[in-house]
Write a protein that binds this ligand. Structure first.
Ligand SMILES: NC(=O)c1ccc[n+]([C@@H]2O[C@H](COP(=O)([O-])OP(=O)(O)OC[C@H]3O[C@@H](n4cnc5c(N)ncnc54)[C@H](O)[C@@H]3O)[C@@H](O)[C@H]2O)c1
Length: 444
């Protein structure tokens, strides 16, 4: 956000408690992995500086966006411990500030938080009143990792929960200046904006899960193909084609936890949340469902290779990713596993699973495996030469005389379908009957 604002000509004082992030930003280096961020930081033309000093940043600016983590609690709700500490620092600065200031909560919060705990923390520490002496908004970003910059500059719509019309006007003006499109702006009170944020993500997770449910059904019915079904389904404008691809469980830092937070909110409020709960249950069950497919194809001491550990391509985030959870489930069951990902930082990912091997390359991962699962559809896996899939490798003795099994969770390796020497299985597709296959050592 800081880099996006600065590149649009706003003067930005970025604050983080983490000195490494502060130092990286001041050296114009991306503190997180995000395509285009390095270039954007270079474009900031001295408009962006970073420090660890919240109060100085508030005194030197007109608006403050809070984007601290709001970690999930055991029941699925979000903790405000970092957000409240942050509001207290902002409030201390507001106490001695005479001009108008707008505070915007960007982090995802539980509905009810902005108008209660956050507003109280700001008012207590500033001695001022929200909506009178300063403005307060709740305005989450609907950005996806891997396309944050594009999403920030071209939002489908902007969501603003506001303490008063002036606060909403000031924030709308900032967004109008930074967005490269002209999005609709939905302005409302705090609670409706907080519910809307969770509702957007909960609706999308439900849609993804619906497509996954169709995929698992199609696998049971000879001749059925989930792509054919969802492509047709998506033509209905009441449904739409986005997020309608049957594949694996959704993961990442937002979808799973927003869905659980919705259920927690309903439980705390005495309302029902059957849909959100069913979505979460079905999503978690995807790991064992696909682990069962792997078990069904594995023989003897076969090692399983997993390609892709990030929750989607073009990010390095592995939080709740399908590949990571599948690797852990197979390892827990005593199955030898080797993994590879082009970008994931796996240093801490497998702390409790020391037996999981990390391969040096995709080719190395395949060579070591009798069964390979394409878990994340990175382009570079699609681009592998066919020889990489056919290499004999140094896998377990039980594998020596058989074809390597490739389980394609995304149906993105179609060019392997009729390859002699491979047993190619695309999920979401009801195989008519098992085809005889040649051995793994045959070449083309
Ligand atoms: N990551 C996403 O894709 C995404 C998308 C939409 C919404 N969100 C929401 O945005 C929020 C932040 O998520 P994130 O993934 O960026 O979290 P993060 O943990 O990666 O980053 C939060 C940063 O806040 C800093 N911080 C904590 N307390 C601070 C304080 N008092 N003052 C200054 N800095 C402080 C931390 O050092 C850290 O660098 C969450 O509520 C999340 O749900 C994230």
């Amino acid at each position: 956000m800081a880099a996006c604002f600065a590149a649009r000509g706003l003067r930005v004082h970025a604050v983080d408690l983490d000195p490494e992030k502060v130092s990286a930003i001041n050296r114009k280096l991306p503190p997180v992995h995000e395509p285009g961020l390095a270039e954007l930081l270079q474009e900031s033309n001295g408009q962006l500086s970073a420090s660890q000093d919240t109060e100085a940043a508030v005194l030197a600016s007109d608006a403050t966006f809070i984007v601290v983590a709001t970690p999930s609690e055991p029941d699925g709700g979000f903790s405000l411990r970092y957000a409240i500490a942050c509001c207290e620092s902002i409030g201390r600065a507001l106490r001695s500030k005479s001009g108008y200031h707008l505070v915007v909560m960007t982090s995802t919060v539980m509905p009810g938080s902005t108008g209660s705990e956050l507003q109280s923390a700001l008012e207590r520490s500033s001695g001022k009143i929200a909506g009178e002496d300063f403005g307060l908004c709740y305005s989450p970003e609907f950005i996806a990792l891997g396309s944050v910059i594009r999403d920030f500059y071209h939002p489908d719509f902007l969501l603003i929960g506001e303490s008063d019309p002036r606060a909403g006007d000031v924030l709308s003006e900032i967004y109008r200046h930074t967005c490269k499109n002209s999005p609709a702006i939905a302005r409302m009170n705090f609670i409706n904006a907080e519910i809307t944020k969770l509702a957007v993500n909960t609706y999308i997770t439900t849609k993804i899960t619906y497509a996954n449910m169709l995929a698992r059904l199609c696998e049971k019915l000879p001749g059925a193909d989930v792509n054919v079904v969802t492509d047709a389904l998506g033509l209905d404008t009441r449904i739409g084609a986005k997020y309608l691809k049957g594949a694996v469980s959704y993961g990442g830092p937002c979808f799973p936890r927003d869905n659980r937070a919705f259920a927690a909110l309903a439980a705390r409020s005495g309302a029902r949340s059957d849909l959100a709960e069913a979505t979460d249950t079905f999503n978690r069950a995807q790991i064992s469902a696909i682990a069962d497919v792997v078990r069904g194809r594995r023989r003897g001491d076969d090692r399983v290779g997993i390609l892709g550990l990030t929750y989607k391509p073009n990010t390095d985030v592995v939080e709740e990713s399908f590949g990571l959870l599948l690797a852990k489930e197979l390892d827990t069951a005593g199955i030898p596993v080797v993994v590879f990902d082009p970008s994931a930082n796996l240093t801490r990912a497998f702390t409790l699973h020391p037996n999981i091997q990390v391969a040096a390359s995709a080719e190395d991962c395949i060579a070591q495996s009798a069964v390979v699962v394409l878990a994340t559809p990175w382009q570079e896996f699609r681009d592998l030469p066919v020889e990489a899939w056919l290499q004999p490798g140094f896998a377990a003795p039980s594998f020596k005389s058989r074809a390597r099994v490739v389980i394609d969770c995304w149906r993105s390796l179609g060019h392997l379908a009729d390859m002699q020497g491979l047993q190619y299985l695309r999920l979401g597709f009801g195989e008519p009957a098992e085809r005889p296959v040649a051995t793994a050592t045959s070449s083309r």
